[in-house]
Write a protein that binds this ligand. Structure first.
Ligand code: FEO
Length: 405
């Protein structure tokens, strides 16, 4: 896809990756985009590169606007390889006057590519760079998504090149938020937040506060993935506020794997208990649901019931996968319990409870175990566990406000 003019002398020159289906553990059934932006002024400036295999497409797109060798400045907002993989080839081709990056950006670029000879121009929050008529202001956003991350703001045009923040993994021929279906857009944005930024939620809150205090009022937010926000900037900022506070609804997730359907029967009975307390619940059999879709649902869930049969003195393998992924993303403010059936040793429930405790989940009891198949009284205990988890989640929601930005 060729370049798209987003404003006078400002172009999207990114690429579409229709085929990627896994982004470091996150399922991307509709591909993704790697966005680069070209600003034509007295100093011609390229903001961000693309994933290495797409380098030629980026260069061809730029060439439809200007000879790539005329580019003066290359701004590297983020060093992760989906953006920087093409940077060594781009630098060799365009021989820029400046490679602009944060202090950690310089360090990480050297650590990745071992090119101390590049003409680094290190910027920190508040620094400005004149391009001619246009001015770029920089804002370091450490850990959103890596320590090197920063954003670049075109002051006169009020365009924020936001790097990973406010993005979506979604390949579309449309380039703006008002050209796509809003509900699908926000679903992609939520999945991206839940799987990329959730663990940095306190930093997202600080960023939102910093943007509000700075008085900048972007008319476009142009991330490095997905579409450009120009119509519903307030909507995506508000969504980031809500997601970063991890505001929960009367909603529970029952996440499980089962061997011979006994743990599944328990899951259904727990759901009945949640329903009796007015909670919506969703069952996720890990054989059929991807970890990254479950994380998206977790954004606004108050209670998590996590179950596994015991196999070979431990939990089912997909449950270990789920818990490892979930623990890294640090969901906050949840109530939960472990459950599962067993034959003779039954370690899985204890192991899941321990991991949930390590994650800071408020546990309701020590976990519910049932030997082989659940009897009527076992299922009644499951219903009661669901009711208890729902009541505790409501109590926690009322008594312990989640952190605010
Ligand atoms: Fe899109 Fe953190 O890279």
């Amino acid at each position: 896809m060729g370049p798209v003019k987003i404003k006078d002398n400002i172009y999207w020159v990114g690429v579409l990756d229709w085929d990627i289906r896994d982004f470091h553990g996150y399922s991307t059934p509709k591909g993704t985009t790697y966005n680069s932006y070209l600003v034509v002024d007295e100093k011609i400036t390229l903001f961000d590169g693309v994933k290495k295999p797409f380098k030629n497409q980026l260069i061809e797109s730029i060439a439809k606007i200007v000879d790539p060798k005329r580019i003066d400045y290359l701004v590297v907002n983020h060093v992760e390889m989906d953006h920087s993989g093409s940077i060594p080839d781009i630098v060799d081709l365009i021989e820029p006057e400046k490679v602009v990056c944060s202090p950690m950006g310089k360090k990480n670029l050297i650590d990745h590519f071992n090119r101390q000879d590049w003409p680094f121009h290190v910027v920190e929050t508040g620094d400005q760079l004149k391009l001619g008529k246009k001015t770029v202001s920089f804002l370091e956003t450490r850990m959103l998504h890596w320590p090197d991350s920063m954003m670049s703001y075109l002051t006169e045009d009020k365009i924020l090149f936001s790097s990973d923040a406010f993005g979506e993994h979604w390949a579309t021929s449309e380039r703006f938020d008002d050209q796509v279906d809003a509900s699908e857009l926000f679903a992609h944005a939520a999945k991206y937040y839940a799987n990329i930024l959730l663990l940095y939620s306190p930093l997202v809150q600080k960023l939102l506060a910093k943007v509000a205090e700075s008085g900048i009022e972007p008319v476009m937010i142009a991330p490095d993935h997905g579409v450009i926000w120009r119509k519903d900037i307030a909507g995506i900022l508000s969504a980031y506020g809500k997601w970063s506070r991890q505001e929960s609804l009367k909603k529970a997730l029952i996440i499980y794997d089962t061997m011979w359907h006994a743990t599944e029967q328990m899951a259904n009975a727990i759901g009945e208990g949640l329903r009796q307390e007015g909670f919506d619940f969703k069952l996720f059999n890990l054989k059929y649901n991807h970890r990254s879709d479950i994380m998206t649902e977790m954004l606004d869930a108050g209670a998590l019931l996590i179950g596994s049969a015991t196999i070979n003195n431990g939990m089912m393998p997909v449950m270990a996968d789920m818990l490892t992924y979930m623990k890294g993303l640090k969901p906050h403010g949840k109530v939960g319990a472990a459950f599962g059936s067993y034959g003779w040793s039954g370690e899985a429930v204890k192991q899941i409870s321990e991991t949930m405790r390590e994650m800071g989940i408020t546990l309701v009891g020590d976990g519910l175990r049932v030997k082989f198949s659940p009897k009527k009284e076992d299922l009644e205990r499951c219903v009661e566990l669901g009711r208890l988890a729902a009541r505790k989640a409501l109590e926690q929601k009322t008594a312990t406000p989640l952190p605010r930005d």
